[in-house]
Design a binder for this molecule. Structure first.
Ligand SMILES: [Mn+2]
Length: 303
């Protein structure tokens, strides 16, 4: 809720969420559910959702002017069956529902999440980073994404990649590579991009440009990550002219956490409306249209 208060409500603001929706807080299920509801509401408007006691959620879902909202959900490395069984999402579903069905439905949906998104043809958004197997965006489009995240290869790299060095090196996190300034600038040049936006690694200041040419930025939108890191969170916004405007927020009061009344996930709704291809496209046109990205409840080195 704090994020939407900071960045603007849907559908007046369009969002690209850059993955890791689960595993890092007490309300993974609620977070992922509300994002799916927002996405569904943008497709099946006008819809109103009767969630008892959640006036703030309901107000999020109702358009002021009837324009479809664009919510793009990118897959993060935690949107996987394996990691969620280790880092908490599976246990959370068991605790809240008494069985693993919600976890099973959610992880089935994870397989349909897109891997990356492009804004106005110039900004690529992806959870982890680049891959030595991918030189062009068309190669991302060819990835068969409807499966569990593989342990190696370009799909895995996009989810797990960690930036740091000049070229490529094996990541100490056990999956993905380290990629550096030369790799990024070559990729941006080949694909006529101005910027790669990614999440995946905690930055205390919420937003951090990497490398001398600032060809890559890490955007971190979970304030006080894991309720203990004390970090600032950010949203990177773009207006219709692609002018960037980072916005920051900090407060994260545990006592404010909303526990939604369990909502039955509609498999039909979700599965029928999955996006085609592994690269979503978003255009920055129209007045007051802002494109914002963020990662929420994302993971970081060492956690
Ligand atoms: Mn991650």
């Amino acid at each position: 809720m704090k994020l939407f208060q900071t960045g603007g409500h849907v559908p007046d603001t369009n969002y690209i969420f850059m993955g890791d929706f689960v595993d890092r807080g007490y309300n993974s299920l609620e977070v992922f559910t509300i994002l799916l509801l927002l996405k569904a509401s943008s497709i099946l408007r006008p819809l109103t959702y009767n969630i008892p006691g959640s006036r703030s959620i309901r107000s999020l879902l109702i358009s002021n002017h009837g324009t479809p909202a664009n919510i793009t959900l990118l897959r993060g490395n935690h949107e996987s069956r394996q990691l969620t069984q280790v880092y908490g999402f599976y246990d959370e579903c068991q605790r809240k529902y008494g069985n693993a069905n919600a976890w099973r439905y959610c992880t089935d949906v994870f397989d349909y999440l897109t891997l990356s998104a492009i804004i106005d043809g110039t900004v690529l958004c992806v959870h982890g980073g680049l891959s030595p197997d991918i030189r062009t965006i068309d190669q991302i489009r060819l990835i068969d994404r409807n499966c569990e995240i593989p342990h190696e290869g370009p799909f895995c790299d996009l989810m797990w990649m960690t930036e740091e060095i000049e070229t490529w090196a094996v990541s100490p996190r056990g999956a993905g590579w380290l990629f550096g300034s030369r790799v990024t600038s070559e990729f941006n040049h080949i694909n006529k991009l101005e910027l790669v936006c990614r999440a995946h690694q905690l930055v205390q200041e919420g937003l951090k440009y990497m490398f001398q040419d600032k060809g890559l930025v890490t955007v971190w939108s979970a304030p006080n990550y894991c309720y203990r890191c004390g970090n600032v969170a950010s949203i990177l916004s773009f207006n219709e002219n692609m002018v960037r405007g980072p916005e920051f927020h900090t407060s994260c009061n545990r006592n404010e956490s909303h526990t939604a009344v369990p909502v039955k996930l509609s498999e039909q709704l979700v599965f029928k409306r999955c996006e085609q291809g592994s690269v979503g496209t978003m255009l920055a046109d129209g007045p007051f249209l802002e494109l914002l990205f963020c990662s929420i409840q994302a993971t970081t080195t060492g956690y």
